[in-house]
Design a protein around this ligand. Structure first.
Ligand SMILES: Cc1ncc(COP(=O)(O)O)c(C=O)c1O
Length: 434
């Protein structure tokens, strides 16, 4: 397709003049103060366990689990919670959540093996293109695992595997939320559900009893609600005998933490366009925030849609698979300054292989100097020790000064960091759970 560049001009000027909301300074200071107020706890840990560390706070994790359960239990009659292991696969996190009445949502044989080894008794296994070995492992533990099938082909492969070991397997099927683009790889198109149900009926070892869908990165429940409405239509078209067999609907995860998405100028539409033009994306002291909906509002609005569109057709258990919302705030990175190469340039012992991607070039998180706390943010390049310039923690820090030996903290790094860590150049931080 050829693009007429003059047609793009209005979009170009609109993007340049578009302002992404700012992170309110009062909210940022309250966040920083909350963590500085706990600095003796964090620094005390380092007496026995030197930096760098992933510091996991079990009390925070338990509190988040409790708050999420309360929010959804208040508005839905029967609801189960499955922690999405992929969001942080450190075993202590899953262990703590199992003790908080969560089951586990796994997406691979590796995650399933971990869940089984932790003694999980209520596991859902979803994900595209499960291998024969993965299906065999799941079928062999059919008393503990519900397999969320991803395609007609997987249905046939699973039937053959379950028949070979003579096991009945409890299953659900994942529905595609967006049949266009890259999300089409997940699940079956919703309109094929009646055909899928018929085919599953012909499989002697498959007990199809539920549906699953998942949409990601939701700052508000709008996407989930839109699909619930669509699912209502799909259920209306399903023969009543099939509908009567639905014991659960798994509505996935994708709840954004209430503090919202904090961005560097380079990650805003305007910043991206400026960067493409070779211009600086914006002042680094400016922090942006896309606001997110509190979990209680997610729960209220999603439950209202479920009552209206799903419970009018059937009564069943609702399952959730939250990852990010539960683990994000429970893990912090602690590291120390090794080298001060200029008044505004320090290098830390940890590198961003600890988070596995160039997160802080797009996401903003404050860097806190626990050794010299101050509620003022100062410019200084805070870089990791990997041999790549894309090893950035931040361009500013909160503190009175910064010197070699100082302990720095980047709070709330629990989601999609540890699971993505890379065995790259430097050793990874140790994990400590308090
Ligand atoms: C099927 C499924 N369920 C749950 C999740 C967890 O999502 P989140 O961490 O955004 O809550 C994911 C994340 O990719 C997923 O793919």
């Amino acid at each position: 397709m050829t693009v007429n560049t003059s047609d793009l001009f209005p979009k170009f000027t609109a993007t340049l003049s578009q302002a992404t909301p700012r992170l309110p300074p009062g909210e940022l200071l309250a966040f920083v103060k909350h963590h500085f107020d706990r600095r003796h706890l964090y620094l005390g840990v380092l007496d026995d366990h030197p930096a760098p560390l992933y510091l996991q706070e079990s009390a925070v994790l338990r509190q988040r689990a409790q708050q999420l359960k309360q929010a959804f239990r208040a508005v839905l009659p029967v609801v189960s919670f499955y922690y999405a292991v992929k969001s942080n696969n450190q075993p202590d996190i899953s262990r703590i959540l199992l003790a908080s009445e969560f089951g586990l949502d796994v997406s691979s044989g590796l995650e399933l093996e971990m869940a089984l080894s932790l003694g999980a008794r209520d596991i859902v296994f979803s994900g595209p293109a499960k291998t024969a070995a993965e299906l065999r492992l799941a079928a062999a533990h059919a008393d503990r695992v519900v397999i969320l099938m991803d395609s007609f082909g997987e249905l046939q492969r699973l039937e053959a595997i379950a028949a070979a070991i003579n096991r009945q397997v409890r299953c659900g099927v994942r529905l595609t939320v967006n049949t266009e683009g890259l999300w089409r790889k997940f699940g079956i198109p919703p309109e094929t559900l009646p055909a899928f149900w018929q085919e599953a009926r012909r499989c002697d070892h498959i007990h199809l009893e539920g549906l699953q869908f998942h949409s990601s990165w939701n700052l508000s429940p709008d996407n989930q609600i839109a699909f619930i409405r669509r699912l209502g239509g799909v259920l209306a078209d399903l023969p009543p005998a099939d509908r009567a067999e639905i014991e659960f609907i798994d509505i996935g995860g994708g709840y954004w933490p209430a503090q919202g998405e904090w961005l560097q100028p380079a990650a805003t539409p305007r910043g991206q366009l400026l960067a493409a033009l070779g211009e600086p994306p914006g002042p680094l002291e400016t922090h942006h925030r896309l606001p997110a909906t509190p979990i209680e509002v997610f729960a209220d609005r999603i439950a209202a849609a479920i009552h209206q569109h799903l419970f009018s057709a059937l009564a069943c258990r609702i399952c959730l698979e939250p990852g990010r919302w539960v683990c994000n705030d429970a893990v912090h990175l602690l590291m120390s300054v090794v080298d001060k190469k200029a008044p505004d340039l320090v290098i830390t012992d940890a590198g961003t292989n600890a988070v596995g991607w160039e997160r802080f070039e797009s996401d903003y998180f404050p860097v806190l100097n626990l050794s010299r706390p101050a509620l003022a943010e100062k410019p200084c390049h805070i870089l990791g020790s990997l041999c790549t310039p894309h090893d950035v923690w931040g361009w500013l820090y909160f503190g009175a000064d910064i010197q070699p030996g100082d302990i720095l903290m980047i709070p709330t790094q629990g989601a999609y960091t540890y699971s993505l860590r890379q065995n790259f150049i430097k050793p990874l931080p140790a994990v400590l759970t308090i």
